[in-house]
Design a protein around this ligand. Structure first.
Ligand SMILES: Cc1ncc(C[n+]2csc(CCOP(=O)(O)OP(=O)(O)O)c2C)c(N)n1
Ligand SMILES: [Mg+2]
Length: 444
């Protein structure tokens, strides 16, 4: 019936209408006017993005003891590059141990370690170009180390001395930033960096850097529960911008375990919802991270659109120096995770199997890094803080606003009253360049 009716109309219709009628006649169940979705007569619900309804697989190159698994291809890497990766992976916990301990001694106010996440952080840093813009969450100091930021700059920021170029000593430790190293300054409110990254990537796409660079944004699986994650993904997919989303799924958002952060298949399951290329990778396998992020970056830049990488890892350390994780997980769980699939051991064993590393070199490296880290801290500790007046500068451009002036004058008043006589104030003041005189003498 339909076919006969259509044939009659067709003979009188214009060309585009005739084409439409021809396709309608050939379709079994019709089609939707504004979608390519095929029509089906089966009522079928789904809650997985995989064809078999299972979980998204995890890409891995090395097994737990550093052997290449069957069928895996080792990403292009030579001895020098592998050694650079390994040295940075070992540097990270060496630095963390010192800074964690000095925080415990009261010498710095706060710290966050990256124990267990060395492969995710260094492997991804190694896959990026050093001038790709990086927007970190707070556990990615390793990206800066990879790019040659240097221990003196790390220490200066954590101690807050006059050499701190990240924020002149006005920020909490680990809030690093360096335009020279294409690393945007860390900010504490979770996930704000994600839509910002889509914006940075959009700016790249409107500049001569289009097709050369991307903006890489790091965030935890906890931060991915924020609306900002979705805003960033939507931006980067609909207003195309080369944004590389790197989710560090380390199992916890402070005390909240990952399985309470989502009901679906982790963060990776969300990528296809935004129509972006997505991959899940073993975040404790540095070669897998290197290979996956290299490919992700390539797609991101070639297509000029968001790409999502979910790195599965485990936060071995406490969330921060303000946390005691044994209040919500057992010591034995942590000890097991340290042993099984340890990212540093796995890569070391791989390097040794290639004849690229030896136990003698290991000993020399560990001793050297420990010495470097300790010396850098001692040096930083001995340097004065910036002038006290810097507390009130750089927040607004132009003239000093009335409220900042009021606060500065209030501090000057307190310094006059207590600065010379009260021991704690006297000691604090002594640590600033010009010992607070810049505030006391300022008259306007
Ligand atoms: C908007 C906002 N809410 C809450 C916090 C407090 N907070 C700081 S870190 C954190 C957990 C983040 O977990 P995750 O994103 O998984 O990163 P991880 O610490 O595991 O690396 C929370 C809740 C914050 N900084 N900002
Ligand atoms: Mg987490």
């Amino acid at each position: 019936m339909l076919r006969q009716g259509l044939a009659a109309v067709k003979s009188r219709a214009c060309l585009p209408c005739r084409r439409w009628l021809a396709s309608a006649a050939s379709e079994k169940h019709g089609h939707l006017p504004s979608s390519q979705s095929p029509i089906t007569s089966k009522l079928k619900f789904f809650k997985s993005v995989t064809e078999d309804g299972g979980q998204i697989p995890t890409y891995r190159v090395l097994d737990g003891v550093g052997k290449v698994i069957d069928g895996a291809e080792v990403p292009e890497i030579d001895q020098a590059f592998a050694r650079k990766i390994y040295e940075n992976m070992v540097l990270l916990p060496t630095l963390d141990t010192l800074l964690y301990n000095v925080q415990r001694q009261g010498k710095i106010s706060f710290y966050m370690t990256a124990y267990g996440e060395e492969a995710t952080i260094i492997g991804s840093a190694a896959a990026l170009a050093n001038d790709d813009e990086v927007l970190g969450q707070y556990r990615e100091a390793g990206v800066l180390l990879w790019r040659g930021f240097g221990l003196d700059n790390i220490m200066a920021q954590c101690v807050g001395n006059e050499e701190d170029t990240s924020g002149k000593g006005r920020q909490m430790p680990v809030h690093f930033g360096s335009p020279k190293h294409h690393f945007l300054t860390i900010s504490s409110p979770l996930a704000t960096q994600i839509p910002q990254a889509a914006g940075v990537a959009y700016a790249i796409s409107r500049s001569p850097r289009r097709g050369k660079n991307c903006a890489a944004v790091y965030f935890g699986e906890g931060a991915a529960s924020e609306g900002d994650f979705h805003a960033g993904m939507l931006f980067a997919s609909t207003i195309p911008s080369p944004t590389l989303f790197i989710a560090r799924n380390n199992g916890f958002a402070i005390s909240t375990p990952a399985n309470e952060q989502y009901h679906g298949d982790g963060i990776a399951a969300r990528g296809p919802g935004y129509g972006v290329w997505t991959v899940r990778v073993d975040g404790n396998d540095v070669l897998a991270v290197l290979g996956a992020v290299r490919e992700a970056r390539k797609r991101c830049i070639e297509e000029g659109r968001g790409v999502l990488v979910e790195a599965m890892t485990y936060r071995v350390g406490h969330h921060s120096t303000s946390d005691d994780s044994f209040a919500y997980r057992s010591r034995s769980e942590v000890e097991d995770k340290k042993r099984i699939d340890n990212p540093i051991t796995r890569f070391r064993l791989f390097m040794e199997s290639r004849g690229w590393w030896s136990s003698d070199e290991e000993e020399v490296l560990r001793a050297r890094l420990k010495k470097d880290v300790l010396e850098a801290f001692k040096r930083a500790e001995g340097l004065p803080r910036n002038e006290l007046k810097e507390l009130f500068t750089d927040v607004y451009g132009g003239e000093e606003p009335w409220n900042i002036k009021e606060q500065r004058e209030e501090l000057a008043g307190l310094l006059k009253k207590y600065g010379d006589s009260w021991e704690p104030w006297k000691n604090e003041l002594a640590r600033f360049k010009r010992k607070g005189q810049d505030i006391l003498q300022k008259t306007d």
